[in-house]
Design a protein around this ligand. Structure first.
Ligand code: PHE
Length: 473
């Protein structure tokens, strides 16, 4: 088999992983979660979830991937051959593949809206609700856009890790950040800026309930692309000098900043138009926002045109970088485990995703009557992969790194074989040794110990609670 490719630079590593994390979840899900769940109170809880659950789980995925330099299934097999732990790897590859199938359909919608906005079709006083439902339920149009989108993903994947994923992320992520910057500056001039920002940032602690904490954990998992094999697969291409902890923190910071900035774009726009509600999900970005952009900028349509087009370019690019990371999980697995060329593996994944994706798309229209447990195919894929398999995978990763893996090996990965210092008395901490009293006290609060405590206890408990809560709903 050909020599394994790696990312070529540290910046490439951070931008590729951030590309996976920054996606539709940041642009449409985070702002509405914040708005509905107590503004800054939710942001505070979310930040705690990122810090105490998101970063440790991401670091654990990095440890598994970088230590084994293998695809997700191969990684678990190498670390625990012949045991049930390999379910963790199988979960990653399956969930990434199934999420890809419907993710590319929604991504196709973003591509359509980008093109429609560029062609000035999202203007005027039209009924955007029927525009959207007519589009998604049509048998052909969304499929065509999904195919085009998938071909873009395919081309990048086939070019390889360094020349494809890394080069593309280095180009697209700065562009994405630039677009966000321009849109935030534009939103300063909107009449609803103060009201929108206040709505988002006013801490309303009366709204904080256990369910909101669970939503925050769920949002953190989804937004950071955890437990989908994406970050584990990317980490298998990290070089020996990549600082895993620093990378996990950088990716989380970028992802969170993008999410908050998207709120600064969406809420001022929504509050500039009286009587419009910031509803959730597809309704917000595909129905409410085109309407809002039109009314908010009706005096200067050209700015409305630029704003709306840039917004949909942003949405499409964020979906693209995430879809690439999902595709890579299955491609790396087929390429390495089935011994086929990378190009062929990518073709198999592309065709498989498209076939199932088309079925998902048709289930929003002509096949809508075909239901399993009351859910159409699209919702079924979403429910089973995101609500059932994903949390189970998250728990397996935490337990695997926290309880099964050799602690010294985890320590060596996190510190690049002791060359990075996390805090005082590193060696004693790794070995669990007991030197002097002072060192002992310090080592109790050592970052590595805290990390291990979080992945052993805090993260799996939190995920298990969400999972059970979701099942009982
Ligand atoms: N993290 C992405 C987002 O915020 C979602 C995603 C899911 C990315 C699955 C990759 C894999 O939208």
């Amino acid at each position: 088999m050909s020599q394994r490719n790696n990312f070529g630079s540290k910046l490439g590593v951070v931008l590729a992983a951030a590309g996976s994390a920054v996606g539709l979840g940041n642009v449409w899900r985070f702002p509405t979660e914040v708005g509905n769940n107590g503004g800054a109170a939710f942001i505070l809880i979310y930040l705690c979830c990122i810090l105490f659950i998101g970063v440790p789980v991401m670091l654990s995925e990095f440890v598994i991937g970088r230590h084994t330099h293998a695809n997700t299934i191969g990684a678990f097999r190498k670390l625990a051959p012949g045991t049930w732990w390999r379910l963790g790897g199988i979960e990653g590859v399956f969930v990434a593949f199934f999420i890809s199938c419907y993710y590319i359909i929604v991504s196709g919608w973003t591509l359509h809206y980008m093109v429609a906005s560029m062609c000035n079709q999202l203007t005027g006083d039209q009924d955007y609700k029927s525009y959207f439902s007519d589009f998604v339920s049509s048998p052909l149009e969304p499929v065509v856009y999904a195919v085009v989108f998938m071909l873009l993903v395919h081309v990048i994947i086939v070019r390889g890790v360094e020349k494809g994923i890394e080069r593309f992320s280095k180009l697209m992520m700065p562009m994405l950040l630039l677009i966000i910057g321009v849109l935030v500056v534009c939103s300063f001039s909107m009449s609803g800026f103060t009201e929108g920002v206040t709505y988002m940032l006013r801490p309303d602690f009366s709204k904080v309930t256990p369910n909101i904490v669970l939503s925050a954990v769920g949002q953190a998992f989804y937004s950071l692309s955890l437990a989908m094999g994406c970050l584990c697969t990317y980490a298998s291409y990290f070089g020996p000098d990549t600082n895993l902890a620093k990378t996990a923190v950088s990716v989380s910071v970028i992802d969170t900043c993008v999410a908050v900035l998207c709120g600064f774009i969406i809420f001022p726009a929504v509050f500039s138009v009286p009587g419009v509600e910031a509803n959730e999900g597809p309704g917000l970005v595909f129905i409410t926002l085109p309407h809002v952009f039109n009314i908010a900028f009706h005096n200067v349509p050209i700015i409305g045109y630029v704003f709306s087009t840039l917004f949909y370019v942003l949405l499409m690019l964020s979906a693209l970088t995430s879809a690439i990371s999902l595709h890579e999980v299955a491609t790396a697995y087929i390429h390495e485990e089935w011994n086929v060329s990378r190009k062929r593996a990518a073709c198999m994944v592309t065709v498989g995703c498209l076939l199932l994706g088309v079925a998902c798309s048709l289930s929003m229209g002509v096949w809508n009557d075909f239901r399993i447990c009351g859910l159409c195919l699209f919702d079924l894929f979403d429910y089973v992969s995101a609500k059932i398999i994903l949390p189970l995978g998250g728990i397996i990763i935490c337990l695997f790194v926290g309880w099964k893996l050799d602690r010294q090996m985890v320590y060596n990965e996190v510190t690049n074989n002791g060359t990075l210092h996390l805090g005082p008395s590193d060696a004693a901490t790794a070995a669990g040794g007991r030197p002097s009293l002072g060192a002992r006290l310090l080592s109790r609060l050592h970052p590595f110990r805290i990390y291990i405590f979080l992945v052993r206890w805090v993260a799996p408990t939190a995920i298990a609670v969400i999972f059970i809560n979701e099942l009982l709903r």
